[in-house]
Design a protein around this ligand. Structure first.
Ligand SMILES: NC(=O)c1ccc[n+]([C@@H]2O[C@H](COP(=O)([O-])OP(=O)(O)OC[C@H]3O[C@@H](n4cnc5c(N)ncnc54)[C@H](O)[C@@H]3O)[C@@H](O)[C@H]2O)c1
Length: 400
């Protein structure tokens, strides 16, 4: 696939992250030559040794396959950017501790590799960005005097489903010129034939609306859950009644921690963009971030926590994941530590937390358990202790 002028088809800036790596694997598996540029040396080394730096189902076999075929490499040399026909930028775009986005994050990452940008390249922004960032990058490219096409093609996969959703989800492709659009559409047509063309500004909002809407939906469910629970009614029984053969309400979610590195921060990006005039988004933060506090208050009402050891099963931000970024299980733990005699935690996938204990120890040493992340393996465990399970993972209802 590599054309004569280029050493690789695609370079991915941020290529060993949760989004960049699955994308790189999928593109390499489609036959393209892909190079992953990442400032995290540990991750690039792991990838080159055939190991995934994070858990992503079905990615390991693809990694082995494309490495063996010589179609993937990972490195920390920015020069690798300059020899690729297509450059995809997918660095993290977190909000700061005061929930402010950084509209310059992606611009700065591109500026850092500016000397390596080469005339004739296509530059694809794939991070979730503050509205207007595509325009800022276009201006930067102009200022640099580079003849580089720019497109914005936001990533919409969910972690844990990347290797399936990269092929099954429609791809939003946005560009100011037909040429940039055609080039970006060709690139993603290696993965999916379903391409949605919009303007860059429409695409920027489309991505933020996607995540904010999901965050608001979870907040609605969590608020209704707390309401039912305070009334002594099992929300799951109400939800079953609401949704049975009633398609208009079929998407009413169950309760759970709406956490992780995307939903809250993208809702906050949108709020900041709209001068903090986003009542639904901000109220959703209050509800979703309040759920661990509510749970602890309910547990304190039901148990003599001060004399008890509480065990938390699952610390990742969601089920079957090893990702602890912005996990509300950690907020739950912090609040429990104030109230309980002691708190133990366990997770079969998380490898970065030295405080974690083996599952057997936590089951044996805890007086009461709470599911922090709904890993499937907790569903059928024979547990003798009382267990708080707002996910209804074990099918016993969610009333506490
Ligand atoms: N995680 C998800 O499920 C998901 C889904 C859709 C969209 N997104 C969006 O995708 C973007 C990336 O998210 P992520 O979860 O993959 O983040 P991540 O932190 O897992 O990955 C980012 C990678 O970029 C590297 N990096 C950072 N700065 C760099 C630089 N200047 N040069 C080279 N490498 C650099 C980091 O080392 C890291 O490996 C964010 O905008 C996020 O909102 C994430």
């Amino acid at each position: 696939m590599v054309g004569s002028a280029w050493e690789s088809d695609v370079a991915i800036l941020g290529g060993c992250g949760h989004v960049g790596l699955p994308l790189g694997l999928a593109l390499a598996d489609s036959g393209l030559h892909v190079s992953l540029y990442d400032t995290n040396h540990t991750s690039t080394r792991l990838v080159m040794s055939g190991a995934m730096p994070h858990r992503e189902p079905n990615a390991d076999e693809v990694l082995h396959r494309v490495l063996a075929a010589g179609r993937l490499q990972a490195c920390s040399q920015p020069a690798s950017i300059g020899v690729a026909e297509h450059v995809i930028v997918v660095i993290g775009t977190p909000v700061d501790k005061h929930l402010n986005p950084d509209p310059q994050a992606v611009v700065g990452a591109v500026e850092n590799v500016a000397e390596h940008l080469t005339d004739g390249q296509l530059l694809v922004l794939r991070s979730t960005v503050y509205p207007g960032v595509t325009r800022l990058v276009e201006r930067l490219v102009d200022r640099l005097g580079k003849d580089v096409d720019v497109a914005f093609c936001p990533e919409r996969i969910a972690e844990g489903r990347a290797m399936e959703e990269l092929y099954s989800l429609p791809q939003i492709v946005a560009a100011r010129t037909d040429e940039a659009y055609e080039r970006a559409a060709w690139l993603f047509s290696q993965l999916t034939k379903s391409i949605v063309r919009v303007t860059p500004e429409e695409a920027e909002l489309a991505k933020l609306f996607t995540n904010s809407y999901r965050y608001i939906k979870f907040a609605a469910a969590n608020q209704l859950y707390m309401m039912a629970n305070d009334f002594g009614v099992d929300y799951e029984r109400v939800r079953a009644a609401v949704t049975e053969d009633y398609p208009r309400a079929a998407d009413l979610p169950g309760p759970g921690f709406a956490a992780g590195p995307c939903l809250l921060k993208d809702t906050m990006q949108l709020a900041a963009f709209n001068n903090n005039n986003f009542a639904l988004g901000l109220a959703s933060m209050q509800v979703n971030e309040g759920l661990p506090l509510y749970l602890v208050a309910r547990m304190a009402a039901n148990y003599d926590l001060g004399s008890m050891t509480v065990g938390i099963l699952g610390m990742a931000f969601k089920g079957e994941s090893d990702d602890v970024r912005d996990s509300l299980a950690y907020k739950l733990k912090r609040v429990l530590e104030i109230q309980a005699k002691s708190v133990l935690s366990t997770d079969p996938y998380v490898t970065t937390d030295p405080a974690l204990r083996p599952l057997e120890r936590v089951l044996a040493d805890s007086d009461v358990l709470v599911i922090g992340a709904p890993h499937q393996l907790y569903a059928d465990l024979d547990i003798k202790r009382p267990i708080v399970d707002i996910w209804n993972l074990r099918g016993g209802g969610v009333l506490i």
